[in-house]
Design a protein around this ligand. Structure first.
Ligand code: HEC
Ligand code: HEC
Length: 344
C-alpha cells in the first residue's frame, strides 16, 4: 500500500512539474530583530541561516551536503498541517494564530513547556513527539495520533530545524547589533552550541524521586495541606480551590513569548502537558518553561513524597467538576424516580 502511495505521489509530482507547479513560494520571514538591522547585515544573516538550515522547501542540517529526504518530508507535513498555526518560519504567527489562547508555540527561542527535563533545559526529542502525538488538551494544539510513525518522526525533525534555526537567528541578530558585523567564522560554533544544548538535555531527564504512593484520601489530604502551605504557595496563583480565581492570576502574567498567560483552572480537568501522574509530577517538579509556573525541585527537596501528594490533590481537584456533575445527575434521577414512585 505504501509503495503504491508513493508511486501515486510521484505521478502527481511529475504532472505538477509541468502543470500546477508548487503552491505559492514558501519563504522564511526574518525576525523583528533582524528586520531592524541595516540591509547589509540582514542579507548576511539570511545567507548564514540558509547556508546552515536551507529553505522551507529544501531544509538541511548544518554541514550537510545533498538532500535530506526525511527533513523534506517533515517540511511538507509541517507546511500542510502545522504552518497555519505555527507559521512557515515556526514563529507561532501563522495566519490563524492571532486569536488563539494560548498562542501556538513560537519555536525560535528554543523554549518548550512540556518537557521531561529540569527547568531551563531543552526538551528531549520524545517530549516533542509526545506533544505532537497527544496534542495539548485544553488548547488549540490538536492530536496527530493518527499519523504514521514515520511522518511523526519526520515532522519533529523539521520542528527541530526550525527551532535551531530560530535560535541561531536570535544569536546572530544580537551579535550584529552590538558589533555592527556578522562574524562568519563564529557561526559554526554557535550552531554547534545550540545542537549541544539538546544533547545536554538528554542526560538530564527527570525521574520521580520516589515511587508513586497509592491514591488514597490520606495522600490527597497531605497534598491539600502542601498546596495551601507557605512552602509550596500553589494557592497564591491557583487559588485555594484550584480554580485560579486569585487577584494576581486574574490580572494575568506575561510569558517569555510576550503574551498574557494565567495559572490554569485545575478543576477543568484538562492538563495541557498530559494527564498521567508522571506528567503532572514533572510540571510541578520542573515548572513550566517560559511561564510563571515555578519549579519546586529545590523548595520541596527535603520532602520528596510531597510531589506525589500534590499530584494526587491536583488530580482530585481536576475531577471535582465531574464529581459535581455526576452527583447532580444522580440527585435529579433519584428525585424523578421518587416522584414517579409517588405518582404510581
Ligand atoms: C490549530 C492550531 C495548531 C496546529 C494546526 C498545530 N499546533 Fe502545535 N501548538 C498549538 C498551540 C496553541 C500550542 C501551545 C500550547 C500551549 O502553550 O499550551 C502548540 C504547541 C506546540 C508545541 C510545543 C510544545 C511544548 O512543549 O512547548 C509543538 C512542538 C507543536 N505545537 C508542534 C506542532 C506540530 C508538529 C504540528 C503539525 C503536525 C502542530 N503543532 C499543529 C497550535 C497548533
Ligand atoms: C507564580 C504562580 C504559580 C504558582 C506559585 C504555581 N503555579 Fe501552577 N501554574 C501557573 C501558571 C501561570 C500555569 C499555566 C502555565 C501555562 O501557560 O501553560 C500553571 C500551570 C499548572 C498546572 C497545569 C499543567 C498543565 O499541564 O496544564 C499544574 C498541574 C500546576 N500549575 C500545579 C501547581 C502546583 C501543584 C503548585 C504548587 C506546588 C503551583 N502550580 C504553583 C502558575 C503558578
Amino acid at each position: 500500500v505504501k509503495r503504491f502511495f508513493s508511486l501515486g505521489m510521484l505521478v502527481v509530482t511529475a504532472a505538477c512539474s509541468v502543470g500546477c507547479g508548487r503552491a505559492p513560494d514558501l519563504k522564511f520571514t526574518s525576525s523583528k530583530e533582524v528586520q531592524s538591522l541595516d540591509a547589509k547585515l540582514q542579507r548576511a544573516i539570511v545567507e548564514q541561516l540558509e547556508h546552515n538550515y536551507g529553505t522551507p522547501t529544501r531544509p538541511k542540517l548544518p554541514g550537510q551536503k545533498g538532500e535530506n529526504a526525511q527533513l523534506q518530508r517533515g517540511a511538507e507535513i509541517y507546511q500542510s498541517h502545522c504552518a497555519a498555526c505555527h507559521g512557515v518560519t515556526g514563529d507561532g504567527a501563522g495566519p490563524v494564530a492571532a486569536f488563539m489562547y494560548p498562542r501556538p508555540r513560537d519555536y525560535r527561542r528554543g523554549t518548550f513547556k512540556f518537557t521531561s527535563t529540569p527547568y531551563g533545559f531543552k526538551p528531549i526529542r520524545d517530549d516533542l513527539l509526545r506533544t505532537v502525538r497527544q496534542g495539548a488538551r485544553g488548547t488549540s494544539m490538536p492530536s496527530f495520533a493518527l499519523f504514521p510513525e514515520d511522518d511523526l518522526q519526520a515532522v519533529v525533525d523539521y520542528v527541530m530545524v526550525l527551532t535551531n534555526r530560530g535560535e541561531l537567528e536570535i544569536l546572530l541578530a544580537s551579535q550584529a547589533e552590538s558589533d555592527d558585523e556578522v562574524d562568519l567564522e563564529a557561526v559554526p560554533g554557535l550552531a554547534a552550541d545550540i545542537h549541544a544544548s539538546w544533547e545536554k538535555a538528554k542526560q538530564q531527564t527527570v525521574e520521580p524521586l520516589t515511587r508513586e504512593p497509592p491514591y488514597t484520601r490520606e495522600s490527597i489530604e497531605l497534598g491539600k495541606k502542601a498546596f495551601l502551605s507557605e512552602t509550596a504557595i500553589c494557592h497564591k496563583c491557583h487559588g485555594e480551590d484550584g480554580r485560579g480565581q486569585t487577584s494576581d492570576n486574574l490580572k494575568g502574567f506575561v510569558d517569555s513569548w510576550g503574551f498574557q498567560t494565567r495559572a490554569a483552572d485545575l478543576s477543568a480537568g484538562m492538563f495541557h502537558g498530559g494527564q498521567r501522574s508522571a506528567d503532572i509530577y514533572r510540571r510541578i517538579y520542573s515548572g513550566i518553561n517560559g511561564t510563571p509556573m515555578p519549579s519546586f525541585q529545590a523548595k520541596l527537596a527535603d520532602q520528596p513524597e510531597t510531589f506525589w501528594h500534590l499530584v494526587h490533590y491536583v488530580q482530585f481537584i481536576s475531577s471535582a467538576r465531574r464529581r459535581e456533575v455526576v452527583s447532580e445527575y444522580n440527585a435529579r434521577k433519584a428525585a424523578s424516580a421518587s416522584a414517579a414512585g409517588e405518582g404510581g
